[in-house]
Ligand binder design. Structure first.
Ligand code: NDP
Length: 450
């Protein structure tokens, strides 16, 4: 039995049967059987079904948002915005699939055409921090491309993924085309990766498990895309709009209580404005409302589990520039915390804390900013704040990460590619790029001589 807990109250909100490896095998068998039929559905009909899923997500938006808030502990305003993005994601891929084009290539004695063919059954393994959102980034492009899918959500936050599975069926997508198997990663996830009838694994989670996914996928030469951890830099130059940079920095690291692979958890500040910036940042952090996630004005809720809270707490000793307050009583709370000035070689600046703890790191000049920003094994996202457009672009291009923002701290849009450099993984989700990851290129030569 899997007992699901509300992290704000520590109360049990659901009890689920625990799927075993054999249940996963049955889901793969059904997905394999359904694959030829789904692949044969025309792109127009597939798009209509995906639009129907999007509409059902909108119709059930409030229920999904509340379910996500109660299961993950994230503020209801954030859950509502995420559910909107989930619907947008299904609309986007409904509209994108007939624009994922092939080529006609001039060759001798005929013509060559390229086609995008589906892979077959694909396994989607998702984490607990943005359960429904990340599920949609994988399910929508995978189905649009003509694959059948098995979604394995994180065991502690499976509820919105299970509901998504129901809505997919309600939309009229045939049985077997999409299944949700919410079992433990070490059993159900592992079996999915090793299963000979699964063509690809799209994984989001920790770098440590990502490494295991690659190793286990080698046995069947499975396609793999990995979206892993991050330790992103938010680089603030002295000539930037300091009020805007400091005002937006807290949401970039304390959003989702810091449990965000894109968190700008290293705030690099040019020495000449360091003290002023730290004052502004402290004021903006103090203003965050930490508390009941179901209150629409809450900015930050609890962490997802006691284990995650204890892991975050183990990083905080010395160098505390500011520590916020949290509610008393039940719940896995940890206060928004600023560490600084702190060096980039400290353990706190090197490792992904995955909680509301930001390292504020001084630097001198553009060259040092780029060197420090890149001094990490990760490369997922990052920001550059400056009024000098040339420098903004130079620094954004020089940082080895997949999603950079200039004078902004946002990373994720349905229309644009998202993914990592270095140990943050490979492959791209969202935008047209995701469709490449759910299809194989085939070339067909047509002789003009016969
Ligand atoms: P994991 O990488 O362990 O979990 C991610 C997903 O992988 C879950 O669905 C999990 O299942 C599954 N999984 C775990 N082990 C295996 C396995 N051997 N084979 C197949 N699937 C497996 O992350 P955690 O949730 O434990 O978080 C730990 C740390 O990872 C965080 O503190 C953070 O640093 C990082 N992280 C990064 C994320 C990102 O967005 N890049 C997201 C989440 C975490 P289950 O949990 O059900 O066992």
């Amino acid at each position: 039995m899997n007992t699901v807990i509300n992290p704000a109250t520590e109360q049990v909100i659901a009890e689920l049967a625990q799927p075993e490896a054999e249940d996963l095998d049955r889901a793969v068998e059904a997905a394999k059987k359904a694959a030829p039929g789904w692949r044969a559905v025309g792109v127009g009909d597939r798009a209509r079904l995906l639009r129907r899923v999007a509409a059902l997500i909108e119709e059930n938006g409030e229920e999904l948002a509340l379910l996500e808030t109660r299961n993950v502990g994230k503020p209801i305003a954030d859950s509502r915005a995420e559910v909107e993005m989930v619907a947008d994601c299904f609309y986007f891929y409904a509209g994108a699939i007939d624009k994922h084009l092939g080529d006609t290539i001039p060759v001798d004695r005929g013509v060559d055409m390229t086609f995008r063919e589906p892979l077959g059954v694909v396994g989607l393994i998702t984490p607990w921090n943005f359960p429904l959102n990340i599920a949609s980034w994988k399910v929508a492009p995978a189905l649009a491309s003509g694959n059948t899918v098995i979604l394995k959500p994180a065991e502690i936050t499976p509820l919105t993924s299970i509901r998504l599975g129901e809505l997919v069926l309600e939309a009229g997508i045939p049985e077997g085309v999409a299944a949700v198997v919410p079992g433990p990663g070490s059993i159900v996830g592992q079996r999915l990766i090793e299963h000979p009838d699964v063509a690809k694994i799209a994984f989001t989670g920790s770098t440590a498990v990502g490494r295991k996914v690659m190793e286990s996928a080698a046995g069947t030469i499975k396609r793999v895309t990995l979206e892993l951890g991050g330790k992103s830099a938010n680089v603030v130059f002295a000539d930037s709009d300091l009020e805007a940079a400091a005002g937006s920095a807290p949401s970039a690291v304390f959003g989702n209580a810091g449990q965000d692979c894109c968190a700008r958890s290293r705030i690099l500040v040019e020495k000449s404005v360091f003290d002023r910036f730290l004052d502004l940042l402290t004021e903006a952090t103090k203003a965050l409302k930490v508390g009941d996630p179901e209150n629409p004005s809450t900015d930050m809720g609890p962490l997802v589990s006691a284990e995650q809270r204890d892991s975050v707490a183990s990083y905080v000793d010395g160098e505390v520039a500011f520590r916020g307050e949290v509610p008393g009583g039940p719940g896995f709370w940890y206060p928004p915390t600023l560490l600084g000035p702190i060096g980039n070689d400290s353990r706190q600046a090197r490792e992904e804390i995955f909680g509301p703890v930001a390292c504020v790191i001084p630097f001198e000049g553009e060259e040092e900013a780029v060197r420090v920003a890149n001094a990490t094994p990760y490369g997922l996202s990052g920001s550059v704040w400056t009024r000098d457009a040339g420098r903004a672009l130079r620094v954004a291009r020089a940082i080895d990460a997949g999603a950079l923002s200039i004078n902004s701290n946002t990373s994720v849009r349905v229309q644009t590619p998202f993914g990592g450099f270095k140990q943050s993984g490979f492959g791209r989700e969202l935008g047209m790029s995701a469709l490449d990851g759910y299809s194989e290129v085939k070339n067909v030569f047509l002789s003009t001589e016969v």
